[in-house]
Design a protein around this ligand. Structure first.
Ligand SMILES: [Zn+2]
Length: 304
């Protein structure tokens, strides 16, 4: 398979939030039509006269089709007149009983997103609707965020660690990186800060926000990079932004981690999608201790 064909295939196969929403939408369509059938049954039981009118309208429609096929112009005309009268009676009935004229149409289960799963937020960006929380959770899980249930937009704490200004700057910078608003040589970024400075907290928060607007994102610790599920591996290779946390140069020289990381970085650079490497090691340490293929790349990485 050619690389470009493979990359297109990869993006198509990737489990973004759309994939999980599509699954729920499929089930919801079934639920909606079951609900609607139950509603109609109950509705007609209470509106027997209307049920009769609706049946007669269908019958006259059929009569007209048969008459037209038979070439019986007069019978077709009569069917038309009867149908018009029935429609008038129907309209009167609906008005008198205060019934919405489109009662035969299935209503969406969620008013906010009309069952599309998305709505347009105040800043004009699409957002995943609350009714799709289950899809969001599944997507978080698949994207490596399953263990961070406590980090969310609702309980985001800017004062989580001492260095508020620095963290705010990082948040802005990574947002720009993922929106391709800043240029870099190889689309690899180093997010270097001390131990206990809230790097993981911020990265997970950002990752969830990115998924919440319908884009794809993954979070993984370096030590897990050689032991990913197939789904996670797809997401890691092709997602809009990837966070690799707990980076340590020495780790890239052990086992297959160096090779696997190198493959991921090369594939992502080829697709021009950003990767953020998070670490508390200094640049000098990183360059000195990393696998030579990795240090060659990180030398040119921009800083967050
Ligand atoms: Zn909704």
């Amino acid at each position: 398979m050619k690389l470009t064909t493979y990359l297109i295939f990869l993006v198509m196969m990737m489990r973004t939030i759309d994939y999980y929403i599509a699954k729920i939408k499929e089930q919801r369509e079934i639920d909606r039509s079951v609900l609607h059938e139950a509603f109609l049954e109950d509705f007609y039981a209470k509106n027997k006269e209307l049920q009769g009118i609706d049946r007669d309208i269908v019958a006259q429609r059929t009569n007209k089709i048969i008459a037209t096929l038979d070439g019986d112009v007069e019978a077709a005309r009569v069917a038309d007149i009867l149908k018009i009268r029935l429609c008038e009676r129907r309209e009167e009935y609906l008005k008198a009983h205060n019934i919405r004229p489109d009662y035969e149409t299935e209503l969406p289960i969620c008013d906010k997103c009309n069952d599309t799963g998305f709505y347009i937020g105040s800043k004009g960006r699409r957002r995943v609707c609350k009714c799709m929380n289950e899809a969001l959770e599944e997507c978080y899980e698949a994207s490596g965020l399953g263990n961070f249930t406590r980090i969310s937009k609702k309980n985001y704490d800017e004062n989580y660690c001492q260095n508020k200004d620095r963290r705010r700057a990082v948040l802005t910078k990574i947002t720009k990186i993922y929106q391709h608003m800043v240029e870099s040589r190889n689309n690899i970024w180093l997010y270097i800060d001390g131990i206990q400075s809230g790097k993981t907290y911020l990265s997970v928060f950002l990752a969830k926000q990115i998924i919440g607007v319908g884009d794809s994102c993954a979070y993984i610790k370096l030590e897990d990079i050689s032991d990913m599920s197939e789904v996670m591996s797809e997401i890691v290779k092709g997602c809009d932004i990837l966070f690799i946390d707990d980076y340590s140069g020495a780790l890239t020289s052990s086992g297959s981690i160096g090779t696997d990381l190198n493959n991921i970085l090369e594939m992502r650079s080829g697709m021009d999608v950003p990767t953020v490497i998070i670490t508390n090691e200094s640049l000098a340490e990183i360059i000195a201790e990393s696998d030579v293929r990795i240090s060659g790349k990180l030398k040119f990485a921009e800083r967050v």
